[in-house]
Design a protein around this ligand. Structure first.
Ligand SMILES: NC(=O)c1ccc[n+]([C@@H]2O[C@H](COP(=O)([O-])OP(=O)(O)OC[C@H]3O[C@@H](n4cnc5c(N)ncnc54)[C@H](O)[C@@H]3O)[C@@H](O)[C@H]2O)c1
Length: 318
């Protein structure tokens, strides 16, 4: 089976592409390479804006996985207009092109951020979505554009991922667990803006296995699926990171609690992904921290701008 991974050179793609290759899929990547290229040697990569892909760009592919766009709130807020284009219009355009060209399935990297600020209830995929901020709205737009194309000949799957964490060869230190790990190690202090806020979290290896399950799923399956390991409060995550970093390094870590409001608060259930995709996450927060710690030597300096999407993005002058 031949798969096109759009935006496959990023944080998730750099773990997912080798996983797909290990499972025998032929994978091609089209990516701007904003954060460089850390994919396995021999991976076919085209450095190109996905908006410039015409019908010929999809010929011969069985499935398309979409991992592109602006991948966090700071990027979306820095350039809201571009955010709506890259996250809302681009997935819709690519899914339409894919369907027209005879591709059988399109898998979209959605986000639990579509849920917005919820009260203390577990949200499933039929719960209301109430996000009022650029990143969430645009991810929802992209998801809706893709999903409404589904029919008996075209499967469309949106994976609403919790915040993804852990080690990737294209590393990010702007994701909750990864950031706390870096702060604990570098400064001995984890700052928590609001300890009561809920977030579903998922290790990058587990989210990659969710994409693999989506690739493998019966052709009749379409729709939105929450994917996370579990829901945690930000205060809980800080305590877990503190304990693990203290255990691994022997250094003392302080947790500094602030009282700032957040515009995102949600916890989700992943029963649908378990039932329909056979998705079973394996890695909890301590596993995630251990995976980052194992690769400590490879990071060099934590101040490398490539670890922080917003720093690279601001310099692109798009
Ligand atoms: N990382 C998370 O916690 C998380 C959570 C939920 C959803 N998501 C979604 O998953 C996807 C992947 O996330 P990530 O963390 O790997 O992001 P990332 O920023 O590391 O990677 C995105 C990649 O897409 C490429 N790209 C962006 N727009 C492009 C375009 N128009 N043409 C060609 N290439 C383009 C970039 O060069 C980059 O390599 C994103 O769509 C993001 O919104 C991520």
């Amino acid at each position: 089976m031949k798969i096109l991974v759009a935006g496959g050179a990023g944080y998730i793609g750099s773990v997912l592409v080798p996983l797909l290759q290990e499972h025998g899929y032929e994978v091609d990547v089209v990516d701007f390479l904003w954060f460089g290229n850390n994919l396995p040697a021999g991976t076919r990569i085209t450095q190109q804006d996905l908006f410039t892909l015409g019908a010929e760009g999809f010929e011969g592919y069985d499935q398309v996985v979409f991992l592109a766009g602006l991948s966090n709130d700071p990027m979306a807020e820095f350039n809201p207009a571009l955010n709506f284009i890259q996250n809302g219009a681009l997935p819709s355009y690519l899914a339409w092109r894919a369907k027209q060209t005879g591709v059988k399935r399109f898998i979209y990297a959605s986000s639990c951020s579509v849920y917005g600020y919820t009260v203390n209830e577990l949200y499933d995929e039929d719960s209301p979505v109430t996000c009022g901020y650029p990143y969430g709205i645009s991810k929802l737009e992209g998801e809706r554009g893709v999903l409404q194309l589904r029919d008996e000949n075209f499967s469309a799957i949106a994976l609403r991922q919790g915040t993804v964490n852990g080690y990737s060869p294209r590393m990010r230190f702007d994701l909750i667990v990864n950031t706390m790990f870096k702060c604990a190690l570098q400064d001995g202090v984890i700052t928590v803006n609001n300890p009561a806020i809920w977030r579903p979290l998922i290790d990058v290896r587990d989210t990659s296995s969710a994409f693999l399950r989506a690739v493998q799923a019966d052709t009749s399956i379409s729709g939105a699926f929450n994917v996370a390991y579990d829901n945690y409060t930000v205060g809980q995550v800080a305590d877990l990171v503190k304990d693990e970093v203290e255990r691994l390094t022997g250094k003392k870590v302080k947790v500094d609690i602030k009282d700032k409001q957040d515009f995102r608060n949600y916890k989700v259930t992943c029963d649908r992904a378990r039932t329909y995709l056979g998705f079973k996450p394996k890695y909890d927060v301590p596993d995630t921290i251990a995976s980052i710690h194992r690769h400590l030597e490879t990071f060099g300096d934590f101040s490398n701008p490539n670890f922080y999407n917003i720093q690279v993005f601001k310099k692109l002058e798009l």
